[in-house]
Every structure is written in structure tokens, then in C-alpha cells.
Design a protein around this ligand. Sequence first.
Ligand code: URA
Length: 246
Amino acid sequence: MEEFRLQKFLAHSGVASRRAAEEIIASGKVFVNGKRITDPAHKVTARDKVTVDGKTVTVTRTKTYIILNKPLGVLSSASDDRGRTCVTDLVKIENTRLYPVGRLDYDTQGIILLTDDGDFMQRVTHPKYETEKTYEALVKGEPTEEDLGKLRAGVELDDGLTLPAKADVIRFKGPNAVVKIVIREGRNRQVRRMLDAVGFPVLKLKRTSIGGLELGELRTGAWRHMKHRDFEALFGKNEARKLKFG
Ligand code: URA
């Protein structure tokens, strides 16, 4: 049976980040099989009874799932031969090699997931699942209902017709507008190309959710481990229960 450092065990169980887990352990709140443990490197397995503040903590995951608010000017790759900052430079976890789940342009900010679980990656990115991705795009100009209708019908791009998107103007900003757009594909620069094609070039782009999993209050550049409720938001309660993730 796989052994974890206690600190990793707590982080994987969603109790706290690695750093916070270290503090919780040092503060003496953590017991393993009834014995107070203050060493973050203490080894535990899923069979051990671990409690924090008297509450039992279980770990059902051995893989890592991260939600990151990607800043602008960061590549959504695992490495770059030109030395640019990659999402994996922002999330350093000991003994874990993470990969971004899908892509987000260098000049797009917002939610991106990272994992070391290939099945999870496949489930989120494979086109057959049509995972919804929601973006807020600041566009030049003010789209009318008729313009939005074109996005809702699907737009002819140079790589073919897109699936219908959900599209609404959520606010006007001077001569510009913020369009909330939801797509179910992951083509290269798809949102920019769709909005361009209907006459509204994108000035700024942010991804705010993947499935029902929202960025929430996570500040730019910050990340956290996904919790069970995040898997539920992403896949729905029923599927989250059946899947081995989370
Ligand atoms: N569509 C884009 O145009 N850019 C992204 O980063 C994601 C979707």
C-alpha cells in the first residue's frame, strides 16, 4: 500500500495546502492512530486513522489535481525551449510532475487545471465529452442580439464550423463590451477567432470556468488543490461519485 508523508496526505485530502498542512501538523492538531504527530514527514497509508481537530481525514486520491488562475504572459505548457514562464513553474510540488489540462493562450488569463493523472486529463479535454469552458471577452464594439445569434448558431472558421456557443453581453464599457461566451470545443484561439469572425476583435480574454468549476476568489497566479466539491462541479455529482478522481 502506498505510503505518503503526513503533509502530503493532508494536502491530498483537501484539508489544506502543503504549506498550511505543515503548520497544522506542527501545531499539534494531527493524530495518527490516536498518537499526536508533529513531524510532517511521518509516513502514513490510507489504512491509518488520521484526525485533525478530532475529525477523521481520509485520502482516496494518490494523484494531484490543481486549479490555477493563470496570469497573462505565462505559457500553458510543461516546458519552453525559449525560457518563458510556464504554468508548471507556478505550481511546484515535490516529487510530482504536473501537466496542464488543455491550453490557454499566453495572452489569456484565468482558470486552468494541472494534473499528473492522464485519465483525468483525457476526461476533461477529449472532444467527445464537450466540456463547457466559459470565457469573459472584452471586445471592441457593441455586439447586438443579431451578432450574438451568429455565435449561438456556430461560426464558420478556416478549420470548419464551430459548435453553437452560448453568448451574452454582460456589460458595456465605453465603446466596448464584455461578452460571456461558453464553448464546448478546444480549438486553437477559438474564442478570439469566433469573435473576430463576427466583427468584434477581442481586447482581453479571461476563462472563468471549466464545466461548473469556477475560478471564484483565487487571485491571479494563485493555485489550490481541487476538493471533492470541485470534482462535483466539474463532472456533476453522479459522475464525480462514480469516477475514481477526487
Ligand atoms: N480561446 C481563445 O481564443 N484563447 C484561449 O486561450 C482559449 C480559448
